[in-house]
Design a protein around this ligand. Structure first.
Ligand code: TRP
Length: 335
């Protein structure tokens, strides 16, 4: 059983990425789980739909790789690599594009949202339109069984399933049809202002902000103006919502009791949240800082990952070529 997921290098990962996807993906590949292998990658080709700055592309690619490693990705069980190191994925992307109606792409939520944001002469680029096709190629080229993603990616994974089925029904059983995996309890991670945490809303908490900065950001979470002496409702509070993800049920009950009793200020709740986050993130943050300073170590992992990923991708492409009636890949014949 193989799990696969990707992260776009469009910024340093934030708490929403961590809770919604990175942590569940890492948990999936723990020893004893039925997933025996992870394929986790930097979706740099996907980032190119919006990021046209080479220095930032390099920086954020390192950020993403270092984040996975700092949080405990084990390279002996999980292949960590860059999407663009496996050019076969673009070949498969073309093949899948020829199995996909333009209507399906027009109905994609992400494409529609991009159109709403970008009217004007050029509008959105074609990469945004074909984004789900490349994403399907990512998933299908590694015979992935399970795709852990945030809730916003559900439709894209469903489109990948459709493309696999379309190919299989024309050319015979060739591609594995993947399952999406979305963690229900982390469907909605709220940001500083109570909306969904997202870079586009500018309300994120960086995953590895230095301790002082993290505290400052946590203190800026929006709360209501219930006076100190009045009881408060944990279930409608942004601070408490985040605390749930960094605490045990007992700790949650204790903080909820403080909310309901008079005399708790939101500053106290925020301090409790900050301490819980710090307890979870301080160690990985140190590893992260180390890896940013030792890019060569990260590079080594990525090179090895690319080799492994590429050899698997070539095998799948060979099956696809054969099924669709292409000549065998020259590469394969000449070794
Ligand atoms: N579209 C995903 C996101 O924005 C990133 C991604 C690219 C991905 N290819 C993928 C996720 C393949 C899962 C599988 O979050």
């Amino acid at each position: 059983m193989r799990a696969l997921t990707g992260i776009k290098p469009t910024g340093a990962p934030h708490i929403g990425n961590y809770l919604g996807m990175i942590e569940p993906a890492l948990a999936l590949t723990q020893r004893g789980s039925k997933i025996t292998e992870g394929f986790y990658f930097i979706a740099d080709y996907h980032a190119l739909t919006t990021l046209h700055d080479p220095a930032l592309m390099r920086q954020h690619s390192l950020d993403v790789a270092a984040t996975w490693l700092a949080l405990g990705l084990d390279p002996s069980r999980t292949c960590l690599f860059a999407q663009s190191d496996v050019p076969e994925v673009c070949e498969l992307s073309w093949v899948l594009a020829c199995m996909t109606g333009t209507g399906a792409l027009e109905r994609a939520h992400a494409y529609k949202a991009a159109q709403d944001r970008k009217p004007g002469e050029w509008g959105v680029n074609a990469g945004v339109f074909t984004y789900p096709v490349l994403m399907a190629a990512d998933i299908l080229i590694y015979d992935s069984n399970v795709v852990p993603v945030g809730a916003d990616q559900r439709q894209h994974v469903e489109m990948a399933r459709d493309m696999a089925q379309a190919f299989n029904s024309r050319f015979g059983q060739t591609l594995v049809v993947p399952e999406v995996l979305i963690r229900e309890e982390v469907k909605l991670i709220t940001g500083l202002d109570g909306q969904k945490m997202s870079k586009s809303y500018n309300n994120t908490i960086p995953l590895f902000a230095p301790s002082k900065k993290l505290r400052k950001i946590v203190m800026s979470i929006v709360t209501d103006s219930t006076p100190m002496e009045d009881p408060k409702d944990p279930d409608t509070c942004n601070v408490f919502a985040l605390y749930r993800h960094f605490s045990t049920p007992e700790q949650q009950a204790a903080l909820a009791a403080r909310y309901r009793a008079p005399g708790m200020g939101y500053g106290e709740a925020k301090q409790t949240l900050y301490e819980a986050m710090e307890a979870r993130l301080a160690e990985p943050r140190e590893r992260y800082m180390y890896l940013l300073d030792h890019g060569a170590e990260v590079e080594e992992v990525l090179v090895e990952g690319a080799q492994r990923a590429r050899s698997l991708a070539r095998q799948t492409m060979e099956r696809v070529r054969n099924a669709a009636g292409f000549r065998p890949g020259v590469r394969t014949r000449t070794g």
